[in-house]
Design a protein around this ligand. Structure first.
Ligand code: TYM
Length: 337
């Protein structure tokens, strides 16, 4: 049995980057025979970046509804809210005690924050919380608690998964006594969509405010967002270079090989950007249009989502509780009664 696990932070409305980096590959993987999937809403992680409770709650519902609309079958997978699993923060502490501070110093998110402080002439650690600093340990706990083999993510998360491996190895080495408590997880990345660009060509990200929402705003929201994708100023009739164009990369994340080739050839042959955007809209709408109805139905019935998540939490804890008991014993804590 292969365990596949991933989470999405509940700080905003799900966007195309989340869809191609996490939602789509996990729904596909969950249908493979011999795969056991653990998919969750990372609301403990959300607290690191967001101090608006209503936003976290809304985002949690939207991401859950999006995953369900994309075809996740809650009977088949374990689908839960991170904060329903108290074993996660407890494991985080056990792991924190074996994690070198130097490892955390190298985390990209922390380094980006200290670099920005330095550039602004401020104290390097100004406004940086311990939550941000030890974020990769919480993520390692998410993964290791369920001994996941594969973690489907976008490229931005790869370093975190490498850190989870480091931390797992350290724990196994210190406390294993001949037994490897933790499986070493592997990142799973789809080459075509490793990093989906946003409207401005930078990585599509809530923090850059350059996202194309998956469902928010309906078909019109999608159309308006696509209209705002930045392109070069070549006029219709002029040949265009598909390589490096954000619009083309977004297209290719939804296209099959034949559609990709045709689109690139048409652009090289002078297809106008306006028309290219219409084709992109039709392509994406073809994929997500049919899901929208299911999404709206769940958004209108949060109590159904709640029921699904609570059942998921029971399934997840049936795995997590006995495993944490063993881990407590391994490090010398009294086994919990
Ligand atoms: P988050 O919420 O930032 O993103 C969720 C998932 O979406 C992917 N993603 C992208 N993929 C391709 N192109 C993009 N532009 C893009 N933007 C986002 C991310 O790579 C991610 O897979 N720390 C994680 C959540 C998390 C987690 C975990 C993931 C918590 N615990 C354990 C895996 C395993 C995060 O903030 O992702």
């Amino acid at each position: 049995i292969q365990r596949v696990l991933t989470g999405i932070t509940t700080t905003g409305t799900p966007h195309l980057g989340n869809y191609v980096g996490a939602i789509r590959p996990t729904v596909q993987a969950s249908l493979e025979p011999g795969v056991e999937s653990f998919l969750f809403l990372a609301d403990y992680h959300a607290l690191i970046k967001c101090d608006e409770p209503e936003r976290i709650e809304r985002s949690r519902l939207e991401i859950a509804a999006a995953w369900l609309a994309a075809g996740l079958d809650p009977q088949r997978v374990t689908f839960y809210r991170q904060s329903d699993i108290p074993e996660t923060p407890e494991l985080t502490w056990l792991l924190t005690c074996v994690t070198a501070k130097g490892l955390m110093n190298r985390a990209h998110a922390y380094k980006a924050a200290t670099d920005a402080n330095e550039a602004a002439g401020e104290d390097v650690d100004a406004n940086i919380t311990m939550g941000l600093f030890s974020y990769p340990i919480l993520m390692a706990a998410d993964i290791l608690l369920f001994n996941a083999h594969r973690v489907p993510v976008g490229r931005d998360q790869v370093q975190h998964i490498e850190m989870a491996r480091d931390i797992a190895q350290r724990f196994n080495h210190l406390f294993g006594r001949g037994r490897d408590y933790f499986v070493l997880p592997q990142a799973q990345i789809d080459d075509h969509v490793a990093t989906l660009p946003g409207l401005d060509g930078r990585k599509m990200s809530k923090s850059y405010d350059n996202t194309i929402p998956l469902f928010e705003g309906g078909a019109k929201g999608l159309k308006d967002a696509i209209a705002r994708i930045v392109t070069d100023s070549r006029a219709p009739g002029e040949p265009k270079e598909p390589e490096g164009s954000a619009l083309v990369m977004i297209h290719d994340a939804f296209a099959d090989a034949g559609q990709r080739e045709a689109f690139h050839a048409d652009l090289r042959g002078g297809l106008g950007w306006g028309e290219a955007k219409q084709r992109l809209l039709a392509l994406i709408e073809g994929h997500i249009g049919p899901m929208r109805e299911v999404y709206e139905r769940f958004m209108a019935h949060p109590e159904q989502v709640e029921e699904i998540l609570q059942a998921g939490a029971r399934k997840a804890r049936a795995v997590a509780t006995p495993f944490l008991k063993e881990l407590r014993q391994a490090v010398g804590l009294r086994p919990m009664v």
